[in-house]
Write a protein that binds this ligand. Structure first.
Ligand code: GLN
Length: 394
C-alpha cells in the first residue's frame, strides 16, 4: 500500500534562541491594545498630528523624481552632509560625512547596530534605570551583560552608585538625554562626571539623543560627545522621528569616529542595507527648516506638557513636570493596583492606553505608569476628561 502524503502541518523543532530571553515590547503591545479597545493612545510616543507640509512635499517629490532605489548603504551623501552641518551647529561636534556619519532605520537600528559593533559577548554595559524598553533586549541580542544604575526623575545622580557600576568588564554605557521615561535632562556637571568615568575606565558612551529638540524651561541640550576627551569614545544616536513628527519614516543616524563607524557600518549594512531612499532625501530637506521651527516645536510641547500634567494631577496622579522629552512618568501607588492591572483597567475600561512602569525597569516599576503628551490638544483634552471620570481613587 502506498503511503498517504502528509497533509497536516507539522511543527518544526525549535531550540532555545536569544529571542526566548526577552519579551515582546510592552510599548508596542499597548498600541495594539489601544486600537483593539478604541482607546486614546497615550502609550507609544508618537504624534497623532501631521508632520510639516514641507516634509510631506519633499517625500512626494523624491518618489516622483524616481529616488526609489537603494541609497548608498551609509546614507545618501546629501543627507550625511546636511547632518554634518547640523551637528556642528547644534551639537558642537565635528564629523566627516564621508566616514563618520551613518544613516540607519531609525534610532532603534542605530542603537542595535552600535551595540553589535561594540560588544564581545560577556562584556558589561551600564544602563541607567529606568530606561527606554529597547535597551534591555538590545543588550541581550548583542550578548552584553547589563548593569543598572539608578536615575531619579528629579534628584541629583547618586555618584557612588555610578562609580561602583564601572568595572574591568565594562565596555559601554548607554546615555539617554533628554530621558525616556523620566524626562530628566542631564546637566553639564553630570555629563562631565560620566565622561570622566568613561575616560578613566576606557568605556564607550552610546548616547541616544532623539529628544534633543524637546526641552522645557529654557534648558539647552548637551551632547556628551562634545565634551573634551569624549570625541573618539562616543557614539551619538539621533533621529528625525520625534523632531519632525515622522516616526513611521524610520530614519535615524549614528555619529562616531572612523574606527567605530567602520564597525557600525558593517553591522548596519548586513542588518538593513539602508534606510528608505526617498525619505532620506526628504530628511535632508527637513534639516533646512529655519530655527523658528525648533522654537515652535518646543513651545508646542511645553503647552501639551502643561495640559497633561494638569489633567493627571486633577485625576489624583502624583507626577512632576518633565525637563525634556514628551512623557509624564506618574506614581500610582495610591490607587491600590499594580502597573499592569492599572494599565489593563485603563485601556479596557477607561479608554486610555498608558505604558506600565515595569517595562522601564529590570525589576520594579510596578508603581509607575508612563503617559505621552505627543498628541493633538483635542486628544489630550478628551484623555484628561476620561481621566477625571475614572472611579479609582481609594
Ligand atoms: N520612543 C517611543 C516610546 O517610548 C516609541 C518607541 C517605539 O515604539 N519605537 O514610546
Amino acid at each position: 500500500m502506498t503511503k498517504m502524503p502528509t497533509t497536516g502541518r507539522t511543527a518544526p523543532r525549535l531550540e532555545a534562541s536569544r529571542a526566548d530571553a526577552f519579551s515582546e515590547s510592552v510599548i508596542r503591545e499597548m498600541t495594539r491594545l489601544a486600537i483593539k479597545h478604541k482607546a486614546i493612545n497615550l502609550a507609544q510616543g508618537f504624534p497623532d498630528f501631521p508632520c510639516p507640509d514641507e516634509l510631506k512635499k519633499a517625500a512626494c517629490d523624491a518618489v516622483n523624481a524616481d529616488i526609489n532605489q537603494y541609497a548608498i548603504t551609509w546614507g545618501a551623501q546629501e543627507l550625511r552632509e546636511a547632518l554634518a552641518a547640523k551637528v556642528s551647529r547644534y551639537n558642537h561636534m565635528e564629523f566627516d560625512p564621508v566616514t563618520e556619519i551613518t544613516v540607519t532605520c531609525g534610532s532603534t537600528e542605530a542603537m542595535m547596530a552600535s551595540m553589535l559593533a561594540l560588544i564581545t559577548p560577556g562584556d558589561e554595559v551600564i544602563v541607567p534605570e529606568p530606561f527606554y524598553e529597547n535597551y534591555g533586549p538590545d543588550a541581550i541580542i548583542s550578548g552584553a551583560i547589563p548593569k543598572f544604575v539608578p536615575i531619579a526623575d528629579n534628584a541629583p545622580m547618586e555618584e557612588e552608585r555610578w562609580k561602583e557600576a564601572f568595572s574591568e568588564q565594562t565596555r559601554a554605557i548607554i546615555i539617554n538625554t533628554p530621558n525616556n521615561p523620566t524626562g530628566k535632562v542631564f546637566s553639564l556637571e553630570e555629563l562631565r562626571f560620566i565622561a570622566d568615568l568613561c575616560i578613566d575606565h576606557d568605556v564607550i558612551a552610546v548616547t541616544d539623543e532623539i529628544y534633543e529638540h524637546i526641552l522645557y524651561d529654557g534648558r539647552k541640550h548637551i551632547s556628551i560627545g562634545s565634551l573634551p576627551g569624549m570625541e573618539d569614545r562616543t557614539i551619538t544616536i539621533g533621529s528625525f522621528s520625534k523632531t519632525y513628527s515622522v516616526t513611521g519614516w524610520r530614519v535615524g543616524y549614528t555619529l562616531a569616529c572612523q574606527a567605530l563607524s567602520v564597525r557600525i557600518r558593517k553591522i548596519h549594512d548586513f542588518l538593513t542595507v539602508g534606510a528608505p531612499a526617498p525619505l532620506q532625501a526628504a530628511c535632508a530637506v527637513a534639516l533646512s527648516l529655519p530655527d523658528s521651527y525648533y522654537r515652535s516645536l518646543g513651545k508646542l510641547y511645553e503647552s501639551k506638557r502643561q495640559k497633561l500634567f494638569q489633567g493627571l494631577s486633577e485625576a489624583g496622579f502624583k507626577c512632576h513636570l518633565p525637563e525634556g522629552a514628551y512623557y509624564i512618568f506618574t506614581e500610582i501607588s495610591d490607587f491600590g493596583m499594580s502597573d499592569i492591572e492599572f494599565a489593563t483597567y485603563l485601556v479596557e475600561k477607561g479608554g486610555i492606553a498608558a505604558v506600565p512602569g515595569s517595562s522601564f525597569y529590570s525589576g520594579g516599576g510596578a508603581d509607575r505608569l508612563r503617559f505621552t503628551f505627543s498628541k493633538k490638544d483635542e486628544t489630550l483634552e478628551e484623555a484628561c476628561r476620561r481621566l477625571r471620570e475614572l472611579d479609582i481613587q481609594d
